[in-house]
Each structure stands twice: as structure tokens, then as C-alpha cells.
Design a protein around this ligand. Structure first.
Ligand SMILES: Cc1ncc(COP(=O)(O)O)c(C=O)c1O
Length: 380
């Protein structure tokens, strides 16, 4: 498919077609959740004075440390640095960890942003495959080992992964961080979907990093955990042996001091935003549960399609019948049925035909979208 042709069609459907349904939706503010706008406004009222701290204000970091404690993880505010978004966290980390032309191992399948961020920093993204089983995609150190070279300077892991949901439990974290420690590689662990477990439970990477002696950068943010992407606040939590951790934080804070991107009001609102975010998060979890139920019923009526188990996250991976090409299917679905979904190849799933559905869409739209998808599935 010609990417531009698809983008043009998508833009036309979004603006002109009242029947258009976006089943690739990842923006929670457009998914019909109820937001307490006045409370958010009141929380953001502290606009003066400006007292910049390169790691972010202490109150905000204390709130994030409490958030981790609610996840059963001990961390000090000294180990946390605020950024305006996760992408910014990646770019700071690449700057402190890599030299030009170094390589960073990034999982496949996964979110297609890494290669752009890495290239923008003059660093090569080298894919390592998650191992596929009938039940989904798992961490497998032999695949990372195969791709490691003398130029490898970090490993990215995403847990829960987008879109496969792959979630690293304690034992996998120990293995992966042990592997990193043996090769003196830091791990960048993207946990933006940490609050949305499915069939798996995430382990404690801070404890595993300390135990294994690996440097760890765990990434999180309000965009997913509180459903508030518009407030632009994310963070890096640094774990591992203290000397490594302190040196890394020193370098991160030095760089961050040159930008100071995070606004004052959002930092001072963190305690309130975590409280408000719990209500939004509960709505998102509820929606995911309802849509997953609708999807399982649909799968029962369309056995030529298979839904992979969801270890965590916001997305469902749906296998198409073997003779249906995902690229052609996605174009036809948009053109003939006005439904947008992501094809598997968007996430580098090349060895089979899948589509990725967002489980945060409004329930009625989700059910209607599935009904229209079924119209294009050939009868078995
Ligand atoms: C795995 C992953 N990391 C990071 C992001 C971006 O998060 P943020 O909006 O907090 O920068 C996304 C967005 O969907 C994502 O899927």
C-alpha cells in the first residue's frame, strides 16, 4: 500500500465521513471518558513563582515515589527526573548513554517511534525479536544476544509492550537485567502502560536491577497512567547499583538543566492529578474489560480470526485468516467500511497477517467497528 494514499484517505474519512470509526484510537481524551475539567483546572492553579530544579520539583518527585510504592516498589525522589513526555526521556537517555553511530537494541514487534527517536540522535536502532509462541510474544535473551555488537550501548524493553502486551514478570526481569549487567548495558524500560495489566503481572524492575547489578531507567508518565496526555508530564526512574545510578542521574540532570521543559503548574499539581487520574484510569480499565468481552464474543462467531491473549496494555492483536493480507485488508476496511485499524506491519509484525485494535474506543463504536470488520472476512 502507498502510505500517502492511505494517509490521504484517512484524512478524508476523518473530516468528511460521519460513519468513520477509529479503532486505532490511542488518545484517551477523545474516547468519551468523563474528565473532571474544573478539578483539573483548580489543580493547575499554582503558576508563580518559578523555582526551577533540573530533576523536577521535589513535591512532584515525592508523589511519583508514592505511585511506585503503590506498585510495591521502593524508590527515593532522588532517583526520579521529570520530562515533558516519554519521547523526551528517550532522547535525554540516548544523549547520555550513546556516542554517534552506536547501536541500541529495540524490541520487535513494538511501537514504531523508537527508530525515529534513535535516528534523530544519530544512533542506530537494532531490532531484537520477541519470541513468538501460540500465547503471544515473550522476552528471549538469545534474540538480544544475537543482535548485540561492540557498538551496542543500551537495551530498550517495553512492558507492557505496545501492541503485544508482553509484560516482564520478576523472573524475566532478573534474566533480562542479568544479561544487561553481564554486558555492562543499561536497560531503558518503557512502562507507560504499567497501570493496565491483563493476564500477566509486571515484576519489580528496581529490585531486580539492584540485585543483578544493572543500570535501569524505567519510564512512566501521566499520559497513560492518569489518561492525561495533554498535561505533558513524564518521568525517568533510575535504578541499579548506587554509584552507576548517581553518575547517570548527575548527567541526566546536567542535560535537563539546559532545557527545563516541564511547566510549573503541572509539577505542583501532581498530588491532585494522581488522585483525579485514578478515576480516569478506572474508566479506561473498565472500558478495556468491556471491549475485551465484546471482542471475545465476536471471536467466537468468527473462528477464522484469532485474538492473542492480552498480558497487559490497551491493545488487542487479532490474527486474520491465513489468506487475507493485512495491508490490503486495512486499506479496504477504511475505504469500504470507514473503519481505521493498524496493520501488523506497522509494528514490524511481518511473519503473519494481523490487525491491531485499540480497546479504549467507545463500546458502541467498538462493537460496530467489529461488525464492519466481519463484513470483509471471507466465509470459512
Ligand atoms: C510504548 C510507548 N511508549 C511511549 C509512548 C508515548 O507516551 P507519552 O505520551 O507519555 O510520551 C507511547 C504512546 O502510545 C507508547 O505506546
Amino acid at each position: 500500500m502507498d502510505e500517502n494514499q492511505y494517509s490521504r484517505l484517512l484524512a478524508a474519512k476523518q473530516t468528511n465521513d460521519p460513519k468513520f470509526i477509529d479503532l486505532a484510537l490511542s488518545n484517551p481524551t477523545q474516547a468519551g471518558f468523563s474528565y473532571p475539567i474544573e478539578e483539573i483546572r483548580r489543580a493547575l492553579s499554582e503558576v508563580h513563582p518559578y523555582r526551577p530544579d533540573p530533576q523536577g520539583c521535589l513535591d512532584a518527585r515525592e508523589e511519583i515515589a508514592r505511585y511506585y510504592r503503590r506498585h510495591g516498589r521502593a524508590i527515593s525522589p532522588e532517583q526520579i527526573l521529570l520530562t515533558s513526555c516519554t519521547s523526551e526521556a528517550y532522547s535525554l537517555l540516548i544523549k547520555i548513554l550513546c556516542d554517534a553511530e552506536d547501536e541500541v537494541l529495540a524490541p520487535v514487534p513494538s511501537y514504531p517511534l523508537f527508530s525515529i527517536l534513535l535516528e534523530a540522535e544519530g544512533v542506530a536502532g537494532v531490532p531484537y525479536a520477541l519470541a513468538r509462541t501460540a500465547a503471544g510474544w515473550n522476552w528471549d535473551e538469545t534474540n538480544a544476544e544475537e543482535q548485540r555488537t561492540d557498538r551496542t550501548c543500551a537495551l530498550i524493553a517495553v512492558s507492557p509492550n505496545n501492541p503485544t502486551g508482553t509484560t516482564l514478570d520478576d523472573s524475566q526481569l532478573r534474566q533480562a537485567l542479568g544479561w544487561c549487567a553481564r554486558h555492562s548495558l543499561p536497560m531503558i524500560l518503557d512502562e507507560v502502560f504499567l497501570d493496565y495489566p491483563g493476564e500477566s503481572t509486571a515484576g519489580n524492575p528496581l529490585a531486580a536491577a539492584e540485585e543483578q547489578g544493572a543500570l535501569l531507567f524505567a519510564l512512566g508518565g501521566l499520559s497513560k497512567c492518569a489518561g492525561l496526555p495533554q498535561l505533558k508530564l513524564s518521568w525517568v526512574a533510575v535504578g541499579g547499583p548506587e554509584p552507576l545510578r548517581q553518575e547517570a542521574m548527575h548527567r541526566l540532570a546536567f542535560l535537563s538543566d539546559a532545557y527545563l521543559t516541564v511547566g510549573t503548574p503541572v509539577q505542583h499539581a501532581m498530588s491532585e492529578l494522581f488522585r483525579i487520574g485514578q478515576g480516569i484510569q478506572a474508566q479506561i480499565k473498565n472500558r478495556i474489560g468491556e471491549n475485551e468481552h465484546i471482542l471475545r464474543e465476536w471471536e467466537g462467531r468468527h473462528p477464522s480470526c484469532g485474538i492473542f491473549p492480552r498480558p497487559g496494555g490497551w491493545y488487542a492483536v487479532c490474527r486474520l485468516p491465513a489468506d487475507v493480507d493485512d495491508e490490503t485488508f486495512v486499506y479496504r476496511l477504511l475505504d469500504e467500511q470507514s473503519v481505521a485499524v493498524h496493520p501488523g506491519y506497522f509494528y514490524d509484525i511481518e511473519d503473519m497477517n494481523v490487525i491491531v485494535l485499540s480497546l479504549i474506543c467507545e463500546k458502541e463504536k467498538f462493537a460496530e467497528g467489529l461488525r464492519r470488520i466481519a463484513m470483509l472476512i471471507p466465509a470459512p
